[in-house]
Structure formats: structure tokens, C-alpha cells
Design a protein around this ligand. Structure first.
Ligand SMILES: [Zn+2]
Length: 314
């Protein structure tokens, strides 16, 4: 018998044949809306056993993967490690390494995987479903379909080379997987404090994926055709390294999330408290602003924005 995982886990269905779908939230401890959305799903299935029994396949829900980080209200757990850089982890390691090992075990035993995120405390991310540009074309196509089925406005395919992520485990195990990003920072807090209903975009998105995979008898209904951008550059998808701040100081963004900008466009201004002189940060490529810092203070080296553009250009 395997030992119980270091996070709460809920399984529904399993009486009828069908795919095993795993959905997780709270890989980072300061991304609250996805945790509330998955908790809402748990409540929805617990309140309707008939719905759970009717599932063709198994739905596994993990509302808060990283309880250590959640209890601190921070991205990383008490050992200071980022769970999304620690997978596949180690069952005998530190708390984050143990959680990574348990999550990796769940991913390996799934047929499809959805990992929900936001920009956390200081970043905001345009609502998107992301996937790695898997070398296996069949898996890549399934991932594009998963991303589309979540029904967010934007889908982003990026380098398959990044290490340590939950999606790195899925990639290595050939489990089709997507991650989802949905705002963050102040945008997220205002929604989270109002509470999450079954109509929330994130709850809907998870149910859309389950419908797409045939877990429900009811057919998938497609309402929007998302924009797709794919980027084969080796570091694409690494949100924490783009447009690093040249100085620590007060931060003011000069673009909107989702805006199309030209190369050289003014992205932000930073005013170090000691000099009072304003430093401008400009876009190093043209494209769509999909990640933007959303906090009045920035530290030197912190990412200011991510701009998505197709690569290679076609
Ligand atoms: Zn995250």
C-alpha cells in the first residue's frame, strides 16, 4: 500500500471506464483563486453522488498541493524551495521535495493533467492555457485540444525543455497536460474575497476539459476560439526571467495586460527612492503582454512583463 500523500486529495467516479483526469491547484502557496475553484469542484461532486457515479472515468482533485507554502501565504514552502522547480522531488527529502514526489506520483498515474496557477502576489497573467511543445506530435495535438477546451481567450505553447515543473513530469511520462494562468495579485484578491461560484471561469474551464475528455455524457460546447501562439525558443514559458528590472524602486506599469505592443514600447517606469530619477523599461520584442507586474514596489532583477510572440515567425 502506498503512503498517503502530504496534501488533501479527492477522487470521484471510477465506476465506469474512461480516462483518469487529474486537476491540481496550489502548487504555489499565494495563488488563491485556483484553490477555491478546485475546492468548489470538490464540493459540487460531494453534494451530488449521482453526478460522481455517472462519470465515465476518474476525476482526481487536489485543491492545495503545497500546504507548507499556503500556510505561509507565499509562493514557496518553509524550506524556501519552489515546488515548480523541484519536481520530480524525493520521498525522503525536505517538505517541498516530498510534496513534489507525491504530486509526481499522481501525475504518472493520470491519463490527462491540468495544473491551475495565477500570477501570485505580485504578477498578473492574462487568462491562458499553456502547454509544452511536446516532441511527440500526437501528445502535442492532445495538449492543444486540452488547452482549447478550457475556453480561455489565449493558448500558449512553449519550450519543452524547462525542468522541475509539474508539466516536466507529465512531459517525461507522456501524459498530455496543460497549465492554466488566471490574473493574480490584486485582480485575484478582489474576486477571491467575493467567493467562487460554479459559474466561475476556472470552475467552468475544468468542467469543459472533463466534458472534452468524455467524463460527462453531456457534450462539450465550444463558445470561443482562443488565440494560439507557439514559441520554440529554449527559455520560452519561463515567466520569471523576462524584462528584468534594472533597479529596485517604486514601480508603475505603462501598458495593460493583453495589450499588443511594438518593439521598444514603454512598458514601465521605476523610481528608486534614493535618487527620485525615473528609469524607463522598454519592450525587447513586439507582441502581446501576457504577464505584467502588478505591485507598487519592484526589486532589481524581478520580471516586469512577458510578451508573447510566435517563434519562429511565419
Ligand atoms: Zn504558480
Amino acid at each position: 500500500m502506498s503512503e498517503s500523500p502530504p496534501f488533501p486529495l479527492f477522487r470521484f467516479g471510477g465506476n465506469k471506464p474512461g480516462p483518469r483526469l487529474l486537476i491540481s491547484a496550489g502548487v504555489h502557496g499565494d495563488e488563491y483563486l485556483p484553490m477555491l475553484a478546485v475546492q468548489k469542484l470538490v464540493q459540487h461532486f460531494e453534494e451530488s453522488p449521482a453526478l460522481s457515479d455517472s462519470l465515465a472515468g476518474t476525476l482526481t482533485l487536489i485543491p492545495v498541493v503545497n500546504e507548507s507554502a499556503f500556510s505561509l501565504g507565499r509562493r514557496c514552502g518553509e524550506d524556501g524551495k519552489d515546488l515548480a522547480r523541484t519536481c520530480p522531488g524525493s520521498p525522503k527529502g525536505t517538505i517541498t521535495e516530498r510534496v513534489a514526489a507525491a504530486l509526481s506520483r499522481e501525475i504518472k498515474s493520470a491519463d490527462f493533467y491540468v495544473d491551475l496557477h495565477t500570477g501570485g502576489t505580485e504578477l498578473s497573467v492574462f487568462p491562458l492555457a499553456g502547454y509544452v511543445l511536446h516532441p511527440d506530435q500526437t501528445i502535442l495535438e492532445k495538449q492543444r485540444e486540452l488547452a482549447r477546451s478550457f475556453q480561455l481567450p489565449f493558448c500558449w505553447g512553449t519550450s519543452a525543455g524547462l525542468k522541475g515543473r509539474s508539466l516536466s513530469v507529465a512531459r517525461d511520462e507522456n501524459v498530455p497536460a496543460i497549465y492554466v494562468e488566471y490574473f493574480g495579485a490584486h485582480r485575484e484578491l478582489s474576486e477571491a474575497t467575493r467567493g467562487i461560484s460554479l459559474d466561475h471561469t476556472l470552475v467552468h474551464g475544468c468542467l469543459n476539459v472533463a466534458r472534452h475528455l468524455g467524463l460527462f455524457a453531456e457534450e462539450e460546447s465550444t463558445r470561443i476560439a482562443p488565440e494560439f501562439i507557439e514559441d520554440t525558443r529554449p527559455d520560452s514559458g519561463h515567466m520569471q526571467v523576462c524584462h528584468p528590472a534594472p533597479a529596485t524602486g517604486f514601480f508603475r506599469s505603462r501598458v495593460e495586460l493583453g495589450q499588443e505592443v511594438g518593439n521598444g514600447a514603454l512598458l514601465a517606469q521605476i523610481t528608486p527612492p534614493e535618487s527620485g530619477e525615473t528609469i524607463e523599461v522598454r519592450a525587447n520584442r513586439a507582441g502581446k503582454v501576457i504577464v505584467l507586474r502588478d505591485y507598487p514596489r519592484i526589486k532589481q532583477g524581478d520580471a516586469i512583463a512577458v510578451i508573447a510572440d510566435p517563434f519562429p515567425q511565419v
